[in-house]
Write a protein that binds this ligand. Structure first.
Ligand code: XMP
Length: 514
């Protein structure tokens, strides 16, 4: 076990992620809980002290238990963690220097090429790193030597090789420190980790944790058919079996065949108790006559909560609500909450439900990133085609139907979307694309088919590449692909007689049309 002591940095979970990539098992514990007793109980083979927002110069600021430095195991301090090490081991830290944020360069200190955990660094002369600090170390603790120096942090990389204590001012866990992974890898190898921990092991640990948290209480899980809630449901079912009931709210805004697929997979394949709440009539009637995007989103969000609550109330003894919350959702909600950011779109989720219903949360994916959730899904045996599915928004087809939503338009949209996705799959492009769909436009245009006049809907194809959905670029389909797709759409989908391709990036556009 590698123990990560969390001093509250925004990027602590990235340390865990890098360690998982190196197949090393770690646990993150908040510094307040890292007591001598915990150290004795967990007996870590190595420790990493994370960064944090406080200043070690402030009286009463967080510290590590002294016992941690007496265990005889390798310790790596990062940013605030470095400063904690220095002050606790007899060095000094000062505030009030020029703060350093963002990219910086570390030069090797005279006489140091970089070995031990710094092995392989400085190959290009200096190391690009990512810094974020206001204080800095001004005097080394006894036994330490300086390995690397940056403009803002003369003691940016320090080591006490005899005790295997290492400390860096920068963040090796972020992508902006290109060789950070190398440094962490050197550290775990030096600490004797063989790197044999796997997603299979994560699964077993997660199952044990869910059992411990839930006991013999009942859990409700809102299933959307997306990857996150599905993986969460299958994992929880593995842990507690039929103490779990899934509620799948079908709002009538799903894609062709989607509801059947979800129900078949969970009920028949996984034997998970599933309530299929077919409430499409209710949603579609409520949406009648609404064309404003925010009103649509809010109507769907409100109804969803009512419907979900109604079904959940019928499950006796339910004490927990399961959610497929991922780590990026957690960081975003922390760093943006209360911030001055503008609402671009009211996102549809079940936030607020747990308090209203008096339920506690089970969020077994809270530490994971999307690609790790997919890996866990594969580990749990979810079909690859399912795991690789493009994201689909909570409000569904409603936001791909600008203007008023009608059953006729939804039907056309479903069939058009199926043809477009079929084309993408046939051309082997599905996995290269983050998300692809058709939007039906609120205009009819004139066309000619055979010898007759048509007056049907125009549609827009949307396909984007993205890493996280925050920014996106349109996918550069070939002209052959586009014309073949347009021909198929107009030929196969009654009600569409014109096809356009949306080539807006995000920003300034958004991925969805509403
Ligand atoms: P936009 O359109 O804002 O979308 O560029 C970014 C990503 O988020 C998805 N999206 C949603 N997902 N509930 C969701 O669960 C929503 O209300 C919602 N709105 C947009 C969108 O499909 C894209 O992947």
């Amino acid at each position: 076990l590698l123990l990560v002591v969390d001093f509250g940095s925004q990027v602590t979970q990235l340390i865990a992620r890098r360690l998982r990539e190196l197949n090393v098992y770690c646990e993150i514990h908040p510094y307040q809980k890292v007591t001598e007793a915990l150290l004795a109980e967990r007996a870590p083979q190595a420790v990493i002290l994370s960064g944090g927002p406080d200043s070690v110069t402030r009286p009463g600021s967080p510290r590590a238990p002294e016992a941690l430095f007496a265990m005889g195991v390798p310790v790596l301090g990062i940013c605030y963690g470095q400063q904690v090490m220095m002050v606790q081991l007899g060095g000094a830290v000062e505030g009030g220097h020029h703060a350093e944020f963002g990219r910086a360069f570390v030069e090797p200190a005279p006489g140091h090429k970089g070995d031990g955990i710094f092995h392989g660094l400085f190959a290009a002369g200096r190391e690009e790193v990512w810094m974020s600090h206001g204080d800095r170390v001004t005097r080394l603790a006894p036994g330490f030597e300086v390995i690397g120096t940056s403009g803002g942090a003369p003691l940016a990389m320090v080591a006490d090789p005899a005790r295997h204590f290492y400390a860096v001012q920068f963040h090796p866990e972020v992508h902006h420190t290109p060789n950070g992974r190398k440094l962490l890898e050197n550290f775990v190898r030096l600490a004797g980790f063989s790197g044999d921990w796997t997603m299979g092991a994560y699964r077993a640990e997660a199952v044990a944790r869910i059992r411990e948290q839930v006991g013999d209480a009942k859990v409700i899980c809102g299933l959307s058919g997306g990857v996150d809630s599905s993986v969460a449901a299958v994992l929880i079912h593995e842990a507690i079996g039929d103490q779990l009931t899934c509620v799948f709210v079908d709002h009538g805004l799903l894609r062709l065949g989607e509801a059947e697929e979800v129900v078949t997979m969970f009920r028949d394949h996984y034997n998970i108790p599933l309530i299929h709440a077919d409430e499409s009539e209710r949603f579609l009637s409520a949406l009648e006559g609404i064309s404003d995007p925010e009103t649509k989103r809010k109507t769907i969000g409100r109804l969803f909560i009512d419907v979900f609550q109604h079904y959940a109330d019928g499950i006796e003894g339910a004490a927990f609500l399961a959610q497929g919350t991922l780590y990026p959702d957690v960081i975003e909600s922390v760093s943006f909450s209360g911030g001055p950011s503008v609402t671009i779109k009211s996102h549809h989720n079940v936030g607020g439900l747990p308090e209203k219903m008096g339920l506690k949360l089970v969020e077994p994916l809270r530490e994971l990133f999307k690609d790790e959730v997919r890996a866990l899904g594969r580990e749990l045996g979810l079909p690859p085609s399912f795991i690789g599915r493009h994201p689909f928004p909570g409000p569904g087809l409603a936001i791909r139907c600008p203007g008023e939503i009608t059953r006729e338009k939804l039907e056309i949209l479903r069939r058009a979307d199926a043809v477009f996705i079929d084309q993408i799959r046939k051309h082997g492009l599905y996995d290269e694309i983050w998300q692809a769909f058709v939007a039906i436009l609120p205009v009819r245009t004139v066309g000619v088919m055979g010898d007759g006049r048509t007056y049907d809907f125009a549609c827009a194809l949307r396909a984007v590449t993205s890493v996280d959905g925050m920014t996106a670029d349109y996918y550069p389909f070939s002209h052959e692909f586009l014309s073949e797709t347009a021909t198929r759409l107009v030929g196969e989908v009654r009600g569409i007689n014109r096809v356009t391709y949306d080539i807006t990036s995000k920003p300034p556009g958004t991925i969805e049309w509403e």
